[in-house]
Design a protein around this ligand. Structure first.
Ligand SMILES: Nc1ncnc2c1ncn2[C@@H]1O[C@H](COP(=O)(O)OP(=O)(O)OP(=O)(O)O)[C@@H](O)[C@H]1O
Length: 492
């Protein structure tokens, strides 16, 4: 059923739903558009409406082929709407869930497009802060690029921050998508352009591997891994490509490349990746993951359940996010909004991309930990990462696709309790698990495994502390205004 949005737009039918609202196929004076109609509770938030209007010019000025253009912002009675360029296609999450893994050449082509979009945004002083497959749209009508990849466009600039309301924002809070959060955000530093690079590298890794490098299990465990764990090379990945991903996943923001460099380097790699099949990686959950005391998101309870409780998240102000719509599957991610941090100038705990125990770039297979990923799965019957339900009303029963979550930023001592220097090592399909009786390297591997289990015990203790860390916050953080939506990123 059609409805008017302001005086100039008509919304015809729902294209999909996200955490912030519903996206409609609409019509404006210049033709078809996509209209993101924000949730009523957001639209009735005066502070948010004010920020929405303040952001208007910044959002409207970003004009790039790899960025979904914002055409208009409409404030009309109880309607608050973002009018966008209509992209006819699908989002990258849907594609990934269908294909599970994407071959190197099209994956790199998609990532290069996103890097181009980020480069334009960063040059304009805008940090996205929510780079993830859901926010990458694939244009099915435009001519395909290398490896048949459709052109990719980054969307939702500034939206995550807009809905990050002041009353829920504390200097000590993290509000975000755990899988894609850069370590410095976990440590409470303000997000700079380099957080987008880290998230983009995470997305590229995920396209190639079928899972994110540090994801899986309890969100607290995911955050800890960003700070304390290194990532081992994906089996079979071309060295140059791994080098690039590894550099962009550096713990120290300054060690990461700038978006413009990432785009150029990715495009340079494209010819050599032609014809390569998707990586052959075993992504079954591994029992070693249990040593982290972690949980599969898919096993979390529904609204009001274990992870939906205020106690589990301390501050109890998580916002409901709705999902569903045209994207049929359920995910366990939350938008990467974050409170403006504090203590600028602090070093990342895991500073330096060649920290202790971290696998060096360009050494495929050198990771030595058997720690698994515990990842959920797509429509294939494998367990899935479902959402961490954090509902303050408004989420429909089938809409656990995305949530906002909020946690207290851990102290240095809390982070130091983690498994420093471990490298998560994905296995090639069919390769025996490290330390198993079938593994020809079993003596050394078994020794490492014992060490790992010892570390695991320490981690269980640390995670217990981490749980307290999650539960203990609430009144200790001073209430702050969120950082301005348009930032002036310090280029790494
Ligand atoms: N400009 C657009 N053109 C066409 N379809 C769009 C456009 N923007 C969003 N969509 C579709 O609308 C749906 C919801 O998008 P939305 O941005 O609200 O949520 P999301 O990004 O999937 O999740 P979240 O906002 O919770 O992170 C998605 O399926 C997306 O593919």
């Amino acid at each position: 059923m059609a409805r008017k949005i302001g005086s100039r737009y008509t919304a015809h039918r729902i294209l999909g739903r996200g955490s912030a609202g519903t996206v409609w196929l609409g019509e404006g004076p210049d033709g078809p558009v996509a209209i993101k109609l924000l949730r009523e509770d957001l639209a009735s938030d005066e502070d948010l409406v004010e920020r929405f209007v303040q952001e208007r010019s910044a959002l409207l000025c970003l004009d790039h082929p790899s960025v979904v253009g914002v055409r208009d912002l409409v404030v009309d009675g109880s309607d608050l709407a973002l009018v966008m360029q209509l992209v006819r296609g699908t989002d990258l999450r849907t594609r990934l869930e269908h294909d599970r893994r994407i071959a190197p050449q099209p994956a790199v082509s998609i990532a290069a497009d996103v890097a181009d979009g980020l480069a334009a945004a960063h040059a304009a002083g805008i940090v996205h802060r929510d780079v993830k497959p859901e926010n990458v749209l694939l244009d099915a009508l435009a001519p395909a690029g290398p490896g048949g990849a459709p052109p990719a466009l980054l969307t939702d600039f500034g939206v995550a921050k807009l809905i990050d309301s002041p009353r829920t924002t504390r200097a000590t809070s993290i509000i975000g998508t755990p899988d894609y959060l850069a370590p410095e955000i976990v440590e409470g530093l303000p997000p700079r352009a380099s957080v987008d690079i880290y998230a983009l590298a995470t997305v590229l890794y995920e396209l190639l591997a079928g899972f994110t490098p540090f994801g899986g299990g309890h969100p607290g465990a995911v955050l800890r891994r960003h700070v304390t764990e290194s990532v081992a090379p994906l089996p079979g990945i071309p060295d140059e490509l791994w080098l690039l991903i590894h550099q962009c996943l550096a713990k120290a923001p300054a060690s990461r490349l700038r978006a413009v460099e990432v785009a150029a380097r990715l495009r340079e790699l494209l010819p050599d990746l032609e014809g390569l099949p998707p990586l052959d990686i075993d992504e079954q959950p591994e029992d070693s993951y249990d040593s982290y005391g972690s949980y599969d998101y898919g096993e979390t309870s529904g609204p009001g359940g274990e992870y939906g409780s205020d106690a589990a998240y301390g501050e109890g102000h998580a916002e409901a996010r709705t999902g569903g719509g045209t994207v049929p599957d359920q995910h366990g991610r939350t938008a990467a909004t974050t409170a403006a941090g504090h203590g600028a100038g602090r070093q990342s705990a895991g500073a330096g991309h060649s920290g202790p125990g971290q696998s060096g770039p360009g050494h495929p297979g050198s990771g030595d930990s058997g720690s698994g990923h515990g990842h959920g799965t797509a429509a294939s019957g494998r367990p899935r990462r479902a959402a961490v339900p954090l509902v303050h009303g408004g989420a429909s029963p089938d809409s656990n696709r995305d949530t906002h979550t909020s946690m207290r930023v851990p102290g240095a001592d809390e982070l130091a309790g983690g498994a420093h220097g471990t490298a998560r090592a994905p296995r090639a399909a069919g390769e025996p698990r490290a330390g198993s009786a079938r593994n020809p390297l079993s003596a050394a591997a078994a020794r490492r495994r014992r060490i790992k289990l010892g570390a695991g015990a320490a981690v269980i203790a640390a995670v217990a502390g981490f749980g307290g860390w999650l539960a203990a916050s609430g009144d200790d953080g001073e209430t702050t205004q969120p950082a301005p939506a348009v930032e002036h990123p310090e280029q790494p």
